[in-house]
Design a protein around this ligand. Structure first.
Ligand code: ZN
Length: 498
């Protein structure tokens, strides 16, 4: 190990340890912690976040980083760690510690207020918190902005390097131009598709056992992971040997938990597939939000909603719910789980309309970051955009602007990576089908070669390889949205017999 790098190690280790503790506390907060604990837990999170911040942002670390800049004999690993930390350092250094602590406390509290506001359909309860979060986000983006970029571009870059408003405006306009007419054709035939069987009554205990089995079937390793329940399904992990996912069960919706579980398992499989040499280092997570989302959406949609995937396992579901699925053959089931129609809830939306939901959020974020806007006006703007793009309007804010957790956590600029993730996944899938016999593997119930293929091209690198390079080395070309559009067109033309 390089002698200068060695001096950095204790700081990195301490930061990792606090980070792991914080991950566990936030996991607990969303799953098991009693509601009344929140104010006290927020205090603990605030103190630990401050500690974590000061562990890496201090004059000693700055001195070591400056020394490392001149070092020429760093190993690849050391160089990657240095580059990532240096970038992070520059960003964190720009934010005053007290503000950072206050912001952490604010977002922890906002999380529980958001939950209450959503449950009680009361946007006014949440609005003051959202207003403050937006103000902090703009302030922090301005601190980081050293080269005169637009503030929303600074935020976007944090989640997906290189993707600016210019790129995204073009991306969304292309999607909109192609998807809206396709959706119209699809919607005309929707009367022919009956998916009412999905909304019959399904015993939650039985759903639990099926979902646990399903997670393992797609490749989730219970020796390294936990599956729990939360209001909004998510993945959170300390490292590749401890990955936590959640799902959410509804008695009157069979598909909701199934596809949340497969989605989060896709995130977890990515984390679990990272090479052990990166475990408990700052390279030990996924490389970008879009890449992470490409893995979850790949498992959820490209694999998880395909007929080949269900062929060997559908019988198991029917065995569990013989009455509810009595008249539902595999073909009817596949049509049901792929039915595409305008809807209000992003996480429940189908593949075809999904990006339109993201486009609404993208445009609203762009608006409140780039312009002055009254937060109390946001529900109205939200509803108008739904009307314009999806042709329907939410009746309550709970099924409108209050549906997502992200802004309450201070994640602004994150949503577009969901859309990009789908497009990355389609490009990867196109290549995968050239390299391995995906359909016959699925038919035989052999998921392992698919997981290994992604492990080899995507997962093992952790954060040591940039998203763009992963895509390029894997598929031989740069990001190309056309694969996604072609994938959707082919899939829905065939499904709907267009
Ligand atoms: Zn996800």
């Amino acid at each position: 190990m390089n002698e200068v790098f060695k001096k950095l190690k204790p700081y990195l280790d301490k930061s990792m340890a606090i980070g792991s503790a914080l991950a566990l506390i936030s996991w607990d907060n969303e799953t098991l912690a009693p509601k009344e604990a929140i104010d006290n837990t927020a205090k603990v999170i605030g103190i630990l976040s401050g500690e974590s911040f000061q562990t890496l942002i201090n004059p000693e670390v700055k001195k070591i980083l400056d020394e490392l800049k001149g070092e020429t004999d760093l190993s690849d690993f050391e160089k990657k760690v240095f580059e990532k930390l240096y970038k992070e350092y520059k960003k964190m250094e720009s934010i005053p510690t007290e503000e950072y602590i206050k912001f952490s406390e604010l977002t922890t509290k906002a999380g529980s207020v958001w939950q209450k506001a959503k449950a009680e359909n009361d946007f006014n309860l949440y609005a003051p918190y959202l207003k403050e979060i937006i103000a902090y986000t703009k302030k922090f983006a301005a601190y980081q902005n050293s080269d005169g970029k637009k503030l929303y571009d600074v935020l976007l870059d944090e989640y997906e390097e290189g993707f600016t408003m210019d790129v995204l405006d073009e991306f969304f306009s292309k999607l909109k131009a192609e998807i809206v007419p396709l959706l119209a054709k699809v919607d005309e035939k929707n009367d022919e598709i009956d998916k009412s069987f999905i909304f019959k009554s399904y015993d939650i205990e039985k759903q639990r056992s099926f979902n646990r089995w399903l997670a393992e079937y797609v490749g989730f390793d219970f020796g390294r992971g936990v599956l729990a329940e939360s209001e909004h399904p998510f993945t959170n992990g300390s490292h590749n040997h401890d990955v936590r996912i959640t799902t959410h069960y509804y008695e009157n919706n069979l598909e909701s938990a199934i596809f949340s579980t497969i989605h989060e398992a896709g995130h977890a499989i990515y984390e679990m597939g990272i090479d052990d040499k990166y475990t408990q280092t700052i390279l030990g997570g996924g490389t970008s939000c879009g890449t992470h989302e490409s893995q979850s959406r790949f498992f959820e949609n490209m694999i998880g909603r395909s007929e080949k995937f269900w062929e060997p396992i559908y019988g198991k579901l029917v065995e569990l719910f013989p009455e509810q699925l009595q008249d539902v053959n595999l073909e009817k089931f596949i049509l049901g789980i792929n039915k595409a129609e305008p809807s209000l809830i992003r996480v429940e939306s189908d593949e075809l309309t999904y990006c339109l939901h993201i486009m609404v959020r993208y445009e609203i974020e762009k608006l409140f970051i780039e312009n002055e806007v009254d937060v109390y006006e946001l529900p109205k703007i939200w509803n108008e955009k739904y009307k314009e793009y999806l042709g329907i309007q939410p009746k309550t804010d709970s099924e409108g602007i209050l549906q997502d957790i992200h802004w309450s956590m201070g994640s602004v600029g994150y949503f577009p990576s969901y859309a990009l993730g789908n497009a990355f996944a389609a490009q990867m899938y196109h290549q995968m089908k050239k390299d391995i016999p995906v359909d016959s593997l699925l038919k035989e119930g052999k998921l392992e070669p698919i997981v290994s293929y992604l492990g080899e091209h995507v997962h093992k690198y952790g954060a040591s390889k940039e998203a763009m390079n992963i895509l390029k080395d894997m598929t031989g070309e740069s990001f190309n949205v056309d694969y996604y559009i072609t994938y959707l067109k082919d899939k829905y033309t065939k499904l709907y017999n267009l």
